[in-house]
Write a protein of this length. Sequence first.
Length: 339
Amino acid sequence: MELQPSALDMSSLIQDIRTILQQSRQNVAIQVNVQLLNTYWNIGRVIIEFEQKQHIRAEYGAETLKLLSKVLTQEHGKGFSKSNLYKMRQLYITHKIFQTVSGKLSWSHQCELLDITDDAKRNFYEKEAANANWSVRELKRQIASSLFERLLLSKGDDNKRRVAELAARGNEIAKPSDIIRDPYVFEFLGIPDEKPIVESDLEKSLVMQIEKFLLELGRGFMFVGTQQRITLNNTHYYVDMVFYNKILRAYVLIELKTEKLTPESVGQLNMYLNYYAAEVNEPDDNPPIGIILCTGKDSVSAEYALGGLSNQIFASRYVLYIPEREQLVAQIEAVLNQR
């Protein structure tokens, strides 16, 4: 007697086939993308070699691209505009060896990256976009919000070594301080900077835009919930926002303050962290991390308020607009020049 496969068996078989097809399509997409990038890189290479052979100066190079664009567009259709050919040329100049071009990123990603003239900054965004699987829109947002500069400023010991590390490896997350940014940028909330806002409204707005908030927090964050209750001696307390970072294997407790950092808020968060370490953490979890997001912090007060604690607590500012890049760069240069 032949046995008919059960519905459960068939479901498992179908899922296996779906997985194979999905992986196959992804592999094909990656191969097509790498081939496209290789094609554009080689076009950039032959343009540069032609210019060098003909000793073409910059003012005549633009005319060469214009003529080339006209011919290639007639023969091969869209994709060969003057600006696109210029990007191909830039791709070769930036990556003299094709193997240094990330196959995880699309041509649209590369076009955004090629607009960054600083090598260290461009290398950082390239690695972060590949590591975090950013869309082109996400990449543009992180560049516009000056993530590179903010990560540098979040360290109290900024120096040239830190710049080199970000350029070489991106933002590696190995310890709690690696997830901290200063300031955090909440421009996606659409709240005018001059408009007063209460903490509960700020929290609700962040929850409504949780995907964008997770992007701003960085890699490895998973949302647990808001207003997570803690009960001590029959008194209820509530943590504003709780996340879990799977890279650090630790809970991250965030307190939102619509004022400057105060010692009281540090003490309150320290109590929450002690509770999570004793009552919530699993054996494989690392000690929880606390972040106070506030409108400002005095460096001296912050040093005394946060110093000497056994728990990892950080205080960072948040802003409701994208900060001026020139101002952030000036702050970085001032720190580097002190060394």
